[in-house]
Ligand binder design. Structure first.
Ligand code: C5P
Length: 419
């Protein structure tokens, strides 16, 4: 029987917030919602986080650095230099120090500067030097929120891996009603806790992911391909790496870059090359994800020099079937391995996805229907339903591809915990 003191210690450990001991840069910009950042700061500090506040010059018009430094226990950083001593504040050091950077509120102006690398204040320079995850909680009037330039900048930030904590709809400082109210500080705090709780949940796991399209060569200058951009597969690779996994990404021709040193990337072109490169990583993987849009057919023969049109009226191409990478590798699945496929469907989506799950020997299929607005190729968002081999399924609302990737990881985590 544990004694009362032991029970207290166990209870304290169970109740300990995941933010404890974490280094957080809290960025504050010039919006009315800045007063809510005080509550966020208090929650973080009370739960054991070390917080460094960085405030923009206009942020100081809304909330005083004195309040913020008293609550955080650290002088607030705003300028590049302290005027009277000439002491330089290093955004590089701050960027390295931070386990997480949260900007709340994030105004349209700061969002625009971040998206375009306009580093004219300490907050944006710190953002550009931040090595770890960045979250922003936008806050602005509804017209500014709905403006195409805000949407464009937010889309750019999403692409750069920044997590957007969506503003809520409600009464705004202008007394207008609409979307633009900063998410409540309690909810932002909860999301930060979730982030740190999830940080290591894939630690030690080996993950293999296929992504992007395949190009099937006709001659040295032409190919058969598809519209896949690899965004979903790359978002999965980034999120698994952030969750501590050891990730191998087998990627068809895409323009997106992967800078994350925790991701081993193998670039391939055709389906046959993708299968060859995937054999070993999938054999060794605990979790395998087939997110590539693999061409089903390839030209039977490939010309060594450019095919000429002179003297040729009609042309027909003979195509032969490509290997089904998911089915081939999932046929060799070992006990304990989890393999997940994607299904991008135009009609009879649910039936087709359920059939794929069985036929390809997968543990789950992530269904995205081309009939859902915002889902599918090239978009920054996706709307998914996960169908599981045990017959269970879960549908999610439209979200950014990074958030969708997080949902997929949470789903796998829950399935594993229930095993
Ligand atoms: O049959 P369909 O192409 O719709 O199945 C989609 C799923 O199968 C995706 O997970 C895709 O990555 C995978 N696939 C594959 N090799 C193929 C075709 C599809 O790995 N040749």
């Amino acid at each position: 029987m544990p004694r009362p003191r032991q029970i207290t210690i166990i209870w304290q450990l169970l109740m300990e917030s995941s933010v404890k001991g974490k280094h957080i840069v809290l960025g504050i910009t010039g919006g009315i919602a800045a007063y809510k950042s005080v509550t966020l700061l208090r929650l973080l500090v009370k739960n054991g986080a070390e917080v460094q506040v960085v405030i923009t010059p206009s942020g100081k018009e809304f909330i005083t650095p004195v309040t913020l430094s008293a609550l955080s226990g650290k002088p607030v950083v705003s300028e590049f230099f302290t005027a009277n001593t000439g002491e330089w504040h290093s955004h590089v050091d701050l960027g390295l120090w931070a386990d997480l950077m949260v900007i709340a509120p994030a105004t349209a102006s700061t969002i625009g500067k971040m998206a375009n690398g306009i580093a004219d204040n300490m907050l944006v320079t710190t953002y550009l030097s931040a090595k770890e995850h960045v979250m922003i909680a936008p806050a602005m009037d509804l017209d500014m929120m709905a403006h195409p330039s805000t949407s464009r900048n937010l889309a750019l930030l999403r692409q750069d891996g920044v997590e957007i904590i969506e503003p809520a709809a409600g009464e705004l400082a202008s007394h207008l009603i609409g979307k633009g109210r900063m998410e409540e500080p309690e909810n932002i705090f909860r999301r930060i806790e979730e982030y740190f709780a999830g940080e290591r949940k894939m630690a030690g796991k080996k993950v293999a992911i296929t992504a992007g399209p395949t190009y099937e060569k006709l001659d040295p200058v032409r190919f058969i391909g598809n519209y896949s951009t690899g965004k979903m597969g790359l978002a999965l690779a980034e999120e698994f790496a952030d969750a501590g996994a050891d990730v191998t990404l087998i990627c068809g021709p895409v323009s997106l870059k992967t800078d994350n040193p925790k991701i081993r990337r193998i670039d391939v072109e055709s389906a046959e090359e993708m299968l060859k490169a995937s054999e070993e990583p999938f054999a060794k993987a605990d979790i395998g994800i087939f997110a590539a849009a693999v061409a089903d057919y390839r030209p039977e023969s490939r010309a060594d020099s450019k095919i000429k049109r002179e003297g040729v009226e009609d042309m027909s191409l003979k195509l032969v079937k490509n290997p089904d990478i998911a089915a081939t590798l999932a046929a060799k699945k070992r006990d304990g391995q989890q393999f997940i496929g994607f299904a991008l469907e135009t009609d009879h989506a649910h039936e087709n996805a359920a059939a794929k799950l069985k036929k390809k020997n997968l543990d789950a299929v992530v269904l995205n229907s081309l009939q859902d607005k915002g889902a599918g190729f090239g978009t920054d968002t996706n709307k998914i339903t996960i169908l599981c081999a045990d017959g269970s399924e879960k549908t999610y609302p439209l979200k950014s591809k990074r958030e969708v990737a997080r949902d997929i990881i949470d789903f796998i985590g829950r399935v594993n915990a229930a095993r």
